[in-house]
Design a protein around this ligand. Sequence first.
Ligand code: ADP
Length: 376
Amino acid sequence: MPAPLLFGIPGRRPRDRSLGRLLDGARDTSPDGVLIVDADGRIASFNRRFVRLWGIPRRLIAEKSDRKALQYVLDKLVDPQGFRARVQYLYKNRRERSREEIALRDGRTFERHSAPIFSATGEYFGRVWYFRDITERIESEARRRESERLKRHQELLASVSHDLPTPLTAIEGFTETLLNGALNDARNRTRFLKTIFNQSRRLRSLVDGLLEMSQVEAGSGRPQPVRLDLSRFARDFAAGMQPIFRRKRMRLRLSVPAGIFVAVEESTLSRVVGNLLDNAVKYGFPGSTVRLSAARDGRRVRVTVSDRGIGIAPKELGKVFERFHRSEAARRHGIAGHGLGLYMVKKLIERAGGRIRVESREGKGSSFIFALPHAG
Ligand code: ADP
């Protein structure tokens, strides 16, 4: 790359003086550092903001050496080679516009835009470069992310410390009672053991839920969707869930036409459908029917899981996908849960390029509707 002449070369000035002044004014009042380079790669003009941003000393300006000025700028960069290569590329590929972030060794970050300038007849005049200091924006984004992370961490701690003690106390208490003689109490020992068993299952489901959530949040790599035959998947899945439905005298009705294919990882779809069906059983009325249906909707496939059950109050509809959210109705009915399933379901679906929403009437039932890409 020819070292751009940074100083000394007068820019092309429009013949009309007032227009020329207007353009100079626009350049000088710009919040960005502006640098204009002519067709030969020599610098035609720059504004004060440009000098200030890069901290170019007066002495260097007075020297009028473009080579030294360029070196001065390169010395300030974390990746001077990358900077040079990108500039060279853009001088070769004149039609391209550019936008990138540049890291400086003093900790600042600049955003750099550039665009070519052509005449109406297509003659190349040069390129204009804009530099903006975005350090504050980047730092405040990092602070926001950090405070979100802390908030989530605290929520997690609060939830775990709320959900762990109850089952632990029950397990300890009943075990102690058994050890202290209740083992010989033929009438009560089975009841005590059942309580211990149920409470340890509750603990296990919390621990499993937390582990699963941390896996989903860590999101190991890019999803690798496959072409899944939905009706076959639904049939196999439903067969595996029969015992869970039977326990509550509930039925699962499938309405998935043949020939619908979704593009998704099978483990993702299993987790999503498994969670939604588990909930439909948990929050559904005993003896009721749950429906799993699907239909093509343009380039997507829409899947609906509907139940007849306790439903969700309108004011809580927007919250069910939040981590640890449990509805008032769920608590009132004494239905156990940790509020992790739907949070995970939403994450998984969004990662697979889909969307999920819920419709519900309290006391009547709920429908969870999600869309995934159709696999053509
Ligand atoms: P969990 O069921 O373990 O509490 P989820 O994340 O699966 O966690 O669900 C979050 C909340 O959304 C539940 O606590 C419940 O209040 C509500 N919910 C989920 N599914 C249903 C449903 N099918 N019917 C009624 N409420 C539901």
